[in-house]
Write a protein that binds this ligand. Structure first.
Ligand code: SF4
Length: 344
């Protein structure tokens, strides 16, 4: 898919923007100063497929903890900083790969200059994050105000000839999210970090984020994404992978095809789907798995998948690459499917 051309920035070993692939981000919800817990969560997120991790820096202890965390994790780290320039300077010295910071919120201009010069020296990009809910008081909430606010922050950085920049424009409203990013992509050359902010729990966020980010990604807009979910951040990564796969921008995650079941079903399929879904979420294989209820649609879908079952009475037909392999008891379905998938 042709992506909107943006400037490419380097975040650790990854390039964000340009025609590079869309990068999956998440954010820790541990206290950053709790080094052990933060490392543990980042490692779990990395195993789930997170490619860039952001950590909140609330005080100097958090900023100083970044160095120890950085030593133990391999994905690029972003320090999320509000208002205090000294935390940004410390984060840069700690070796983070990117800083999220709005320069317009820092009063001391000398400090901004200092941050910019250190970021230049360390080749660390800055993300300016515009949130609809926290616009400068001089603005009345609107899409234009979000764009103007970004320009305000950008002017400060560009004054110091700094262009190693990403932008985000987050709203909790999915339609507003689409509109503001569409506009931003026409105006700014910088890579865009997509997200619907404060999107709610898993179901609400998955719906809002899939609509907004799916539409934008399909238009070629967006260089990195974060799905914001009020839950375990691992779920953010799983939803991000599924969304990117759905729009053809990601490969290494399984696709599960499962019927909703109806009165024709003659085996206990839903627990099999649930267990397989949890298992498949842990894999990074590009495979299609079908779990179907009955002989009406089941065999056709199961045949088109890499591996699949189509239910009968307390039993299921097992398909592999379009061929029937054998009939299995429903109690063995999960075990057999997992064994076959392990071999793939
Ligand atoms: S595959 Fe069979 S059980 Fe599943 S929804 Fe279709 S008709 Fe119903």
């Amino acid at each position: 898919m042709k992506r909107t051309q943006t400037k490419s920035v380097q975040v650790g070993p990854l390039k964000i923007g340009g025609q590079n692939r869309v990068i999956i981000q998440s954010m820790t919800n541990t206290k950053t100063k709790d080094i052990e817990a933060s490392i543990k969560q980042i490692k779990a997120l990395e195993s789930a497929g997170c490619e860039v991790i952001r950590l909140a820096v609330l005080d100097m202890e958090d900023a100083k903890a970044l160095k120890a965390i950085k030593k133990e994790v391999s994905i690029p780290m972003v320090a999320d900083i509000h208002f205090n320039p000294d935390f940004a300077l410390e984060a840069l010295r700690s070796g983070v790969d990117k800083i999220r910071l709005n320069p317009g919120n820092i009063e001391d201009e000398n400090k901004i200059h200092e941050i910019v010069e250190l970021a230049k020296e360390k080749k660390v990009p800055l993300r300016i994050g515009i949130n609809a809910g926290s616009l400068n008081k001089k603005y009345t909430h609107s899409i234009d105000a979000m764009i103007e606010s970004a320009k305000d922050h950008l002017r400060i950085l560009e004054k110091y000839h700094f262009d190693d920049i990403c932008l985000s424009f987050k709203s909790s409203d999915a339609l507003e999210t689409v509109a503001v990013y569409e506009k931003a992509s026409e105006i700014f050359p910088y890579p865009l970090h997509l997200g619907v902010t404060e999107a709610g729990g898993l179901l609400d966020s998955a719906i809002k984020s899939s609509f907004a980010l799916g539409k934008l990604l399909d238009e070629g807009i967006g260089d990195t994404i974060r799905i914001s979910i009020s839950d375990d951040p691992i779920k953010e990564v799983i939803v991000a992978k599924k969304l990117l796969k759905t729009v053809g921008l990601y490969k290494n995650t399984p696709t599960l095809i499962a019927c909703p079941t109806c009165g024709r079903i003659q085996y206990d399929m839903l627990p099999i789907v649930k267990e397989m879904e949890e298992y498949l979420n842990t894999l990074d294989k590009d495979i299609k798995v079908a779990i179907m209820g009955c002989p009406v649609n089941g065999p056709q879908e199961a045949k088109r998948a890499d591996i699949g079952i189509a239910g009968g009475k307390d039993k299921a037909l097992l398909f592999k690459k379009g061929e029937i392999i054998k009939t299995i008891d429903q109690k063995d379905a999960v075990k057999v499917l997992k064994e076959e998938i392990e071999k793939m």
